[in-house]
Design a protein around this ligand. Structure first.
Ligand code: NAD
Ligand code: DAU
Length: 334
């Protein structure tokens, strides 16, 4: 199989490329990535140079680049996106350009070049905040922030290409991922790295918002399963079956690192902050998905990774991230 992975220099994409190359040595992966602020080729330095891996720097919203990259493959997995909710609140422009328009460009090229599979990596955020039972795949969308709204738009366009053009589109809606190589603007790596630096952990609101944490290696195994066994036209939730309040996760991180709970600092809440995510993951389990990692040990492994790879995140934290952090958290503390 020849796979085009978009956004493969980011967090889940780089873990997924590593997963595919180690489990399917006869597959070929082309990684198309624009290398935005969070795309990082360091995430893939261990696979760089392999004959069955190629990197192309380019934008999924650029039709010429996309058509060329797709000419060589049979399947597309679209991870490329602007992904951080707080940034989408500051400005949604790039989210509309990449998440909506970029997905459209990929779908158009995939239609013309008759891809065997088009996997659209969406998110559990499309259902919005869920106070009661877990959302099922057929439930209505109710996105609350510009990021989740653009992801909802992207997957609706993708679904329309299945219905109208017979393109074999499959949608995946994973819950919150965590693990190695996650950009430290996101909750778990931000709190681990701040704790390692003995700086405050900025907890939004009352800290009681709930997220369903999924270890990235389990997410990759689920995506692999859907790539091979998923049904075109279907959507699959991928749940970590692991709902926790943010304050509980923050305390676990501090306990593991032997740091004081006083580092936790309540700050102004995120506007439109979804209270609780909850998805029913039974459909992908019926396909054969079996989570391998228990939360406690996965969090421990993740903390160990950030503790060992200080150069990776210190480099990030001293670059673009520094201005973002000042703007974002200066206002929150203020
Ligand atoms: P990330 O932010 O770590 O990486 C995104 C990657 O996309 C980067 O390498 C970036 O350079 C690339 N990219 C951005 N714009 C691009 C463009 N126009 N053209 C080409 N490449 C571009 O993201 P992630 O956390 O790994 O998320 C990957 C996908 O999974 C996204 O679609 C996201 O919406 C979805 N998702 C993420 C999570 C999570 O918890 N991280 C959960 C559910 C779904
Ligand atoms: O649910 C899947 C989604 O998970 C993905 O689609 C998104 O791409 C990904 O960014 C993530 O969105 P969240 O908003 O849930 O993740 P984030 O890491 O930004 O925040 C997780 C929780 O932690 C959320 O309730 C907000 C809170 N938080 C976050 C940050 C960055 C804090 O309390 N303080 C913080 O500094």
């Amino acid at each position: 199989m020849r796979i085009l992975v978009t956004g493969g220099a980011g967090f889940i994409g780089s873990n997924f490329i590593r997963h595919i190359l180690s489990n399917y040595p006869d597959y070929h992966v082309t990684n198309l990535d624009k290398l935005t602020y969070c795309g990082n080729l360091q995430n893939l330095k261990d696979v760089d140079g392999r004959t069955n891996y190629a990197f192309v720097r380019g934008d999924i919203a650029d039709s010429g680049v996309v058509e060329k990259a797709m000419a060589e493959v049979d399947c597309v997995i679209n991870f490329a996106a602007e992904t951080h909710v707080d940034r989408s609140i500051m400005s949604a422009t790039e989210f509309i350009t990449t998440d909506v328009n970029g997905t459209y460009m990929l779908l158009e090229a995939a239609k013309v070049q008759k891809m065997r599979r088009f996997l659209q990596i969406s998110t559990d955020e499309v259902y919005g905040s869920i106070s009661g039972a877990a959302a099922k795949e057929e439930d209505r969308f109710n996105p609350s922030n510009p990021y989740s709204a653009t992801k909802a738009g992207a997957e609706l366009i993708a679904r329309s290409y299945f219905i109208t053009h017979d393109l074999p589109v499959i949608i995946l809606r994973p819950s919150n991922n965590f693990g190695p190589y996650q950009y430290p603007e996101k909750f778990i790596p931000l709190f681990i790295t701040n704790a390692l630096m003995d700086t405050p952990l900025p907890l939004y609101g009352d800290g009681k918002n709930v997220r369903d944490w999924l270890y990235v290696e389990d997410a990759c195994a689920a995506i692999d399963l859907v790539l091979h066994k998923g049904e075109p036209g279907e959507a699959y939730n991928i749940s970590g079956e692991n709902k926790r309040t943010n304050i509980d996760v923050a305390r676990l991180i501090l306990k593991e690192l032997g740091k004081p709970e006083e580092l936790i600092t309540l700050v102004k809440d995120r506007p439109g902050h979804d209270r609780r995510y909850s998805i029913d993951g039974s459909k992908v389990e019926r396909l054969g998905f079996d989570r391998k990692t228990e939360f406690g040990s996965a969090l421990k492994k993740t903390i160990e990774w950030y503790t060992k790879n200080t150069a990776w995140w210190q480099d990030i934290k001293s670059g673009e991230f520094k201005n973002y952090y000042k703007k974002q958290y200066g206002e929150r503390h203020g």
